[in-house]
Design a protein. Structure first.
Length: 97
């Protein structure tokens, strides 16, 4: 999915880093470790487990948009629409705030 923003690359990095710190504090007690690594200046990979399923995603930070790719486990694919909607709402609010 592609989400437009007006933060620039540095601004988007700051918002994403702050959101990862909040997610770790809020969700790690329930889901376990959230692994987030900047593989390159504009490439973030995120991995975590929930309900016994492994979730992987990649975020590309461009000057005017975020490109988010998510690899869903087979059991979660039936909820793909809801997951996409939730991500669009959460990340959309993050990059507009």
């Amino acid at each position: 999915m592609r989400l437009p923003h007006s933060l620039g690359v540095d601004g988007a990095h700051q918002k994403i880093d702050a959101a990862i710190a909040r997610a770790r504090a809020q969700y790690e007690p329930q889901v376990g470790p959230i692994h987030a690594n900047w593989d390159a200046e504009d490439q973030l990979s995120v991995q975590f487990s929930a309900m016994g399923m492994q979730f992987k995603s990649a975020v590309e930070v461009l000057p005017t948009e975020l490109v988010i790719q998510i690899e869903l486990p087979a059991m979660a694919s039936m909820f793909a629409g809801k997951i996409r909607e939730g991500i669009e709402q959460q990340v959309g609010a993050l990059i507009k705030a």
